[in-house]
Ligand binder design. Sequence first.
Ligand code: TXA
Ligand code: MG
Length: 323
Amino acid sequence: MKLLQANAEGIDHAIERLRRGELVAFPTETVYGLGGDASNPAAVTSIFAAKGRPADHPLIVHLPDAASMSEWATDIPDSAWVLAEQFWPGPMALVLNKQDQVSDLITGGQPTVGLRVPEHPVAQQLLKTFGGALAAPSANRFGRISPTTAQHVLDEFAEDDQAVSAVIDAGACPVGVESTIIDLSGDHPRLLRPGMISLKQIEQVLLGKVEIPPADEGPRTAGRLPSHYAPLTPLAVHSFDDIALMIAQEKPQLAVLALQTPIADIGPHQWLVMPDDPEAYAFRLYAELRRLDQMDVDRILVEQPPNKDDWAAINDRLKRASH
Ligand code: TXA
Ligand code: MG
């Protein structure tokens, strides 16, 4: 995998590779995406192979601008244009009824397609220069933590370096967790995946309620699987008081991702204090989970963040990481 600089030359190299049907990982404001030419079936197929992702989990198509939405979707409701106007480019994806010609490879055979206009300047420049759409899931192996740096992408594919042609390095992704996904293909808007654009913000713009579908319901959104975004070390979410007890009692080596400083001696355990602001927490979350995962600890304990709207994306990812 070639490491490309986030400058005009790097982007030109990336585009050459994408035009040949190769995969290029690129930064977005949320996480790094594993991009392939959305109009090239061979490229789309190789995204699934590289990730080890089942074929029925659809991919998000990344577009340079909101106007391109009509090339991919049909029966686009006003609510889609309103949300696009407010939040695109940005960390939101919309699920809409697909145009007939959109390949089943991308949609996993579903009648809908996921679309997103990313805000990251490198993603923007890549999409505008490429002049087409990029199918791009998060650039991790299926079920693992999404990458928020180019090094994470290199680490993810270290054993299968040929699967991904290049990664554009633009440092850490500013948001740090995946986009908010809103399904507008049915009668009522539905939140398929919480993100840092919160449910409240979406409802304020739509002037109405957004449904939250039951966890066990399709369509098959990989991000909705109970076990996802997971480190290899077992992870559990607990209250500060429970963690304090476990630290005092447990023999196994623990690593704690906390919001508060420890009250007593932590002995041989690791203790990391995270920011108490959800934006700053989300920015660091995946990098810290990867770091703790690489330390030789038996369990990762995470202090339960507040049960509030602006923490919903973080609580969702922690729940899935702990399954
Ligand atoms: O922030 C993000 O959305 C990142 C960056 C790279 O853009 N992408 C991302 O892609 O998280 P991925 O594939 O890892 O997760 C996208 C989720 C998947 O769980 C997928 O199943 C769901 O979106 N999805 C895509 N198209 C869908 C559709 N038509 N209906 C329901 N879910 C869909
Ligand atoms: Mg993913």
